[in-house]
Design a protein around this ligand. Structure first.
Ligand SMILES: C[S@@+](CC[C@H](N)C(=O)[O-])C[C@H]1O[C@@H](n2cnc3c(N)ncnc32)[C@H](O)[C@@H]1O
Length: 230
């Protein structure tokens, strides 16, 4: 387990900001709605969910994206197992994860269900439930994604802002993301920074800029192969 957890600053006592990156973990407007808009809708979810669907994420953070996805998977009464793999270099301590998600009333049942499991996740890298399998791969994603043996149906690209966390948006890691995407797979991210779109295109993705969430004018999403055969 991590012995040095990242230091946070709590804005308005509820919004976690990373001291190292000087950036919030999720939208100041409404993190739950942002995740649904950017990462789920941006990847064509929940409509694309099917048994064994595989999601990969850069940046596990508070677990908000993961728990919001489980919420949606269960709301849709999907059968089989959802596979979620997240890459994280600076895992939060469980108490901070739980505190960060307190504002999201919709998620409290799921937060309560997973709260006792976070310590184990940090130790073993796995949570296995009848409907969800979560794998947390700790360490620098620039080293870990290339070594991953999996393939994702979709990616949540959720590093801190490209200006503050450029290492999660570089050409090499985004090439590795592309290489670890199913032939008909997709990605979504809240940023529409030109350098990120350029790196995603160079990697091989078809990239589109679409309206962003809340105060953000644009976000990006895209796909690897032809859209009709997803
Ligand atoms: C915006 S936060 C992610 C928020 C998260 N998806 C959530 O649901 O709360 C960005 C995350 O990327 C992680 N990160 C930054 N650089 C990294 C790196 N090189 N490798 C892996 N994770 C990294 C940070 O520690 C942080 O948890």
């Amino acid at each position: 387990m991590n012995s040095t957890f990242p230091e946070l600053v709590w804005r308005s006592d509820m919004m976690p900001i990373s001291k190292r990156f000087d950036d919030p973990y999720f939208s100041v407007d409404n993190g739950f709605a942002e995740t649904n808009y950017v990462f789920l809708k941006g990847n064509g979810l929940p409509e694309r969910f099917r048994e064994g669907f595989s999601i990969a994420e850069l940046g596990f953070g508070t677990g908000l994206n993961f728990l919001t996805t489980v919420f949606s998977w269960r709301e849709r009464k999907c059968s089989g197992i959802l596979r979620f793999t997240s890459f994280e270099a600076f895992a939060l301590q469980p108490d901070d994860m739980i505190r960060a998600l307190l504002p999201f009333e919709e998620l409290q049942d799921i937060v309560d269900e997973f709260a006792p499991l976070w310590s184990d996740l940090l130790e073993s890298g796995k949570i296995i439930l009848p409907d969800v399998e979560l794998t947390l791969i700790q360490g620098d994603a620039r080293r870990q994604v290339p070594n991953w043996t999996g393939l994702a149906d979709c990616w949540y690209l959720d590093g801190f802002s490209p200006a503050k966390n450029p290492e999660l948006w570089g050409a090499d890691i985004l090439q590795s993301v592309f290489d670890h995407t199913h032939p008909k797979g997709t990605f979504a991210t809240y940023t529409a920074a030109a350098i990120v779109r350029q790196n995603l295109r160079s990697a091989g993705f078809e990239v589109s800029r679409i309206p962003g969430f809340g105060r953000k004018r644009h976000m990006s999403h895209g796909h690897k192969g032809a859209l009709d055969a997803k």
